[in-house]
Write a protein of this length. Structure first.
Lengths: 219, 365, 158
């Protein structure tokens, strides 16, 4: 069995299984936690509380005016590479077909040459992000193995994907095999590190917003 | 065809069959051009072969469908490629030779003895080893024994077709006859794999011609296929590549995209991972090739292509299980089991966390 | 199903073609091939062996090909070879440069060469064939006259 067959055969199966298992584990692990009993009088109805929660997801997605000067560039960088990542994952036809084979639905994609441009931009932004993390003293102090490894694994998928499309560095099947294998590694790592923020941020913001709305505080 | 006119050079034999020196130069020039060899090699090949005795070739067919041989011999009209049969001395081939039975076997034994160490052994078909080799026998001898015997005196072995190169369809899951490619049986001779199901005739003749002229094995890739023909993938040379780059894919056979000649990636084309010359040399004397005719590449020159999932599932789609189209039910079963296991762990973790929360709340108050 | 060959190509009319080779306005690819031909011609003049370029090995668009043919022009000699299909050998306006097309019996183009030589090799007769033909002819004359020719050559070879 060569690298490609292994990567998209048994390795992919195991990776997807571990992903499903891990994500379920961690989501239930926090969803079933107790919420501290609120002893103060509710300042908002249940409906308003929930609406406040939903609103908080939006308001907490961008820094307050006072802080934009300091945090703006970092936020912009973060948003840019996230958008780039989603575009190249969800709008590249071979990826669409892969997801289609898992979930049964497909959607139209972008021209592949445009995806290449987006991928190169995203790659550059990724490098900028690491540069920032290493150079900014606060970020450097806060960063741990989880941050760097999550970055590395995602970066590997992007780099191998670009190399495969451009046919650089090795025969195509090997590059494709490496790309899929690095995706398998990403899937296995995903539930156990900071990448879980993908599933956590929206519930987390919503919950905090709801609690604060109930207390009548600004969120 | 074989065994008559012994002792004649290639040139003399050609003339006897009405092929002039100049026609032979044309043939060699065309072959050299197809193999991307420098122009002077065509003339040099012709000149060298003309004065040489006809190289002896023994063609043995094992567990095969004869498609490879048909590809080589069946043409609409005599083509330049068929001249190869005037160049070589095909001393044994059970499909073409007039002799049969004991006479044929005697011809084989004599050819191998007379040309020991010098004949080119051409094999098509895989070699079954199950039941002591009984699944493929000829004249009471099993294919595996015949192969081992014939390989002893061969200068080189040319495996024609995916079956002899990689095992092919008999080798596909579950391989009931325990079939193997030639490389698994013979280890001590130079082996050239000309894979394809079937291979393009010009690829077969070009490889044979180059070997009998130079006596040297051409540059081979990691699967022992001549790089000059198998160095590029179909995708690299496909004329529909601009559509792939633009993201224009046909969604189903004969839909609007298909009629406009758009890329067949979504219809299962395995072009990106298939190495062959179909997109450049094409089939039937340059008429067309599968993608040009509207069907995706099957990947027939690659090892194990029968077991790589559906011919109609896109290459990037998942394939669960061997030798078949993706099985959604199995995916759901697997996913469901994983989610269930995760749920158990999640509930357990939550339970532990909750008790700690309870504990800390009690400690606080 | 659309093919590359179906895409219409419009060839821009170049400057008025003189009998001499027009060098202005030629594409880079064509100029590169012409340069290689010059190198081969120099070698031929210097006494080295003839050379050739395989046209099908060059990545040329149909436009480039037409430009190249017009740049080389047509010479005085055209020869047709009938051997397992037709071949055409045309001298170009450039002395020593010959354009050769080989077709098979179905009329498909199987090889295309630009040969740099005094005369393309395929046109010449081979020494061994000449010797054999001399023997044959002598024998035929002998049969026709009814007497063996003198000189010790017998009508042996057939």
């Amino acid at each position: 069995m060569n690298l490609l067959d292994f990567a998209r055969g048994p390795a992919l199966k195991v990776a997807l299984a571990v992903f499903c298992l891990g994500v379920t584990w961690r989501i239930l692990g926090f969803a079933l936690l107790r919420i501290r009993r609120e002893l103060s009088k509710p300042r908002a109805s249940l409906f308003k509380t929930m609406a406040g929660g939903a609103l908080a997801v939006g308001t907490r997605s961008w820094p307050h005016r006072e802080f934009i000067g300091r945090t703006g560039p970092g936020e912009a960088l973060g948003y840019s590479y996230h958008i780039g990542l989603f575009a190249l994952i969800l709008l590249f036809t071979p990826h669409i077909l892969f997801l289609g084979s898992l979930f049964g639905i497909t959607w139209p994609g972008l021209p592949s040459s445009l995806i290449t441009v987006i991928s190169v931009l995203t790659l550059t932004l990724f490098l900028a992000v690491l540069f920032r993390r290493v150079n900014n003293p606060v970020m450097r102090m806060l960063s741990n193995f989880d941050d760097y490894f999550s970055w590395f694994v995602t970066m590997l998928v992007i780099v191998t994907g670009l190399a495969a499309t451009a046919h650089i560095g090795a025969p195509y099947e090997r590059l494709l095999g490496l790309h899929i294998l690095s995706f398998d590694v990403l899937l296995i790592w995903f539930p156990f590190g900071k990448l879980m923020h993908a599933f956590y941020i929206f519930p987390s913001r919503a919950l905090n917003g709801a609690i604060l709305t109930r207390r009548g505080a600004a969120s | 065809m074989p065994l008559i006119n012994e002792g004649l050079t290639v040139g003399e034999n050609l003339r006897l069959h009405g092929v002039s020196r100049r026609a032979f130069i044309k043939f060699c020039t065309a072959t050299a051009s197809a193999m991307a060899l420098p122009p002077w090699m065509g003339t040099a090949m012709a000149e060298q072969l003309r004065h040489a005795p006809r190289p002896s070739v023994v063609y043995l067919s094992f567990q095969e469908c004869t498609g490879c041989f048909e590809s080589l011999t069946r043409s609409f009209a005599p083509t330049v490629e068929s001249l190869i049969f005037n160049v070589i001395s095909l001393d044994y081939d059970d499909t073409l030779m007039a002799a049969a039975g004991e006479a044929a076997e005697a011809a084989l034994a004599e050819a191998m003895k007379d040309n020991f160490g010098k004949y080119v052994l051409v094999i098509d078909g895989s070699v079954p080893t199950g039941a002591g080799g009984a699944y493929c026998t000829s004249g009471g001898r099993s294919a595996v024994d015949t192969l081992r015997e014939a390989a002893k005196g061969a200068a080189a072995i040319v495996c024609v077709g995916t079956c002899s190169s990689f095992g092919g369809i008999p080798f596909a899951d579950p391989n009931p006859t325990d079939a193997w490619p030639v490389t698994a049986i013979v280890a001590d001779k130079p082996i050239i794999n000309v894979s394809g199901c079937p291979p393009i005739p010009e690829v077969i003749t070009g490889t044979l011609l180059q070997f009998v002229t130079t006596g040297q094995v051409p540059d081979l890739d990691e699967h022992r296929r001549p790089k000059v023909f198998f160095g590029n993938t179909i995708h690299d040379r496909c004329y529909r590549r601009p559509f792939y780059d633009e993201g224009k894919f046909a969604k189903s056979f004969d839909d609007e995209g298909a009629r406009n000649g758009w890329c067949l990636y979504e219809l299962g084309c395995k072009g990106p991972t298939t190495h062959n010359a179909c997109a450049t040399i094409k089939w039937n004397g340059g008429t067309s090739f599968p993608i040009e005719s509207g069907h995706g590449c099957l990947g027939c020159s690659e090892p194990g292509f029968w077991d790589k999932g559906s011919f109609y599932a896109a290459q990037s789609s998942t394939e669960w299980g061997k030798a078949g189209s993706p099985s959604p039910r199995r995916a759901l079963e697997l996913g469901g089991a994983a989610v269930a296991a995760g749920a158990v762990l999640g509930i357990a973790s939550a339970g532990v966390s909750r008790s700690r929360q309870h504990q800390s709340e009690r400690d606080e108050s | 199903m659309s093919r590359l060959a179906d895409i219409p190509i419009r060839i821009e009319p170049s400057v008025a073609v003189e009998p001499l080779i027009p060098v202005g306005g030629l594409g880079g690819g064509v100029v590169a091939i012409l340069s290689e031909l010059v190198t081969l011609l120099d070698r031929l003049v210097g006494g080295e062996s003839p050379g050739a370029i395989d046209v099908r090995s060059l990545p040329m668009s149909p436009l480039d090909r037409t430009e190249l043919q017009r740049a080389l022009g047509a010479g005085e000699v055209q020869a047709t070879l009938d051997a397992q299909g037709r071949s055409t050998i045309r001298e170009t306006r450039v002395s020593g440069v010959w354009w050769i097309e080989h077709f098979d019996q179905q009329g498909e183009l199987i090889a295309e060469m630009i040969e740099v030589a005094r005369v393309p090799a395929i046109l010449s007769s081979a020494p061994d064939e000449i010797a054999a033909s001399a023997r044959d002819l002598r024998a035929r004359i002998a049969v026709a006259c009814g007497t063996p020719m003198g000189g010790g050559n017998h009508a042996a070879h057939q």
